[in-house]
Design a protein around this ligand. Sequence first.
Ligand SMILES: C[S@@+](CC[C@H](N)C(=O)[O-])C[C@H]1O[C@@H](n2cnc3c(N)ncnc32)[C@H](O)[C@@H]1O
Length: 442
Amino acid sequence: MAKEPVPVPSSPQVYLPGPEEEKRLAGFFAARTLPPVLEQGIGQYITKKVGKDWHDPVILERLRRAIVAQKDDYWKPVQKRSLQYTKAYSVLGYLAYHFPVYFIQTEYLLAMLAREGLLKKSMIVLDIGTGPGVVPLAIADFWSRLDGAKADVYSVEQSEEHIEAFLYLRDSFVPKGGKVSIKPPKKADITASDPAKIPQQVDLLVFSNVLNELSDKSPEQRADLVVHYAERLAPDGTILIVEPAEEAVSTELRVLSLALKKRGLTIHSPCTYIWNTNCTPDRCWSFVTAPCIRPTRIMETLAACDEPFRYVNIDIKYSYVVFRKDRKTHETYRVPAGSRVLRLSQIHRHVDKRINLIAAKMSENLGDARNLMFRLCDGTAETPVFAVLPSFHITPENKAIVSAPYGAILEFRSVHVRYNPKHDAYNVLVSRNTRIMLLERA
Ligand SMILES: C[S@@+](CC[C@H](N)C(=O)[O-])C[C@H]1O[C@@H](n2cnc3c(N)ncnc32)[C@H](O)[C@@H]1O
């Protein structure tokens, strides 16, 4: 039986953005662009590294080849990948193609942590597998919109090429003596024994797009690694793990999350265990989407060719999990004893019947504009469950499924259960007669 969530008093150290800071954040997210100084820094770094202007057709062609090779590698089964980042062009391709999306994605995650009260006025961050410094640089940019918070950011990375790019971008983008101090990354293998020179107590530990690259490690070994670093986490510290939304990688993250929960870390979000059970994560493919970014000038220049779509990376889709040691959770709702709602583990007994249920919304619309579909989870289901809603059935009484944020807990009254043999999944059909209520957070 899982532990009950406990209300955790908020520490005086917590930093919550005020209305002016929220306005600045909203301005950044509305613009959907990489900060111009950083974009220029990437162009200048490529130019410096290759000794020719980055617009040069030969350089552009080499960048295209590097991007395609990296993507081809990524889609191989995890064990067959060879992502090494030892060659200059693999890192230059990363800067041109992946960096902009991951940078803005990180800012969304930081905004989420800030609004959850998980940032502190003064904090120490450790970013594991930092690459060209996506997370530290995004922290510097995010903090530039906060009035009274500061941070020291440490990181670990094994690729010299990434470290060189990181230091160049840091020096061209982050003001010296400012609110955020970014220390040079520690060059080390993150799976080897504890690297020296990283702080003993950390307030935020980040693994962004890195654990899936440990292709020789089982989920249990990856969990051991996270637990090992978590030993350095402050009692009120936070761990953030992010992975791409691709199905296999995203599902592996949920398997890892459960393994970490069983090792005593509390999942703060996005998962909630409203029946106090453990879940069956093997087919849990759940990710967040955010508005796409505007392509950078480098992307647009690379895309001026026969296959432009291959070089423009603007979609933000990611899977994440936040852990705490102090049992703080995003949602504290638990289904009250005696409730007449069905556990999703029992849904197979109710095919073609109407039921009531309580579950979290675990996706944005996965269908299309005419037939909306949302992933649901109550922590008990062994087979995936989706709420399906034809757009002509949307009413004020059921539209909470559309408007509620990712992770919100909803009560459904009167949905019709169908089994979908093609996908081995259950659909609960929402009709005009269905009522859906957002269960307010405590
Ligand atoms: C996909 S990149 C992610 C970079 C950055 N965190 C981001 O989100 O964009 C993965 C990074 O992890 C690093 N990495 C992978 N395995 C590592 C290991 N065993 N030790 C140190 N770094 C590692 C790679 O060199 C690469 O820079």
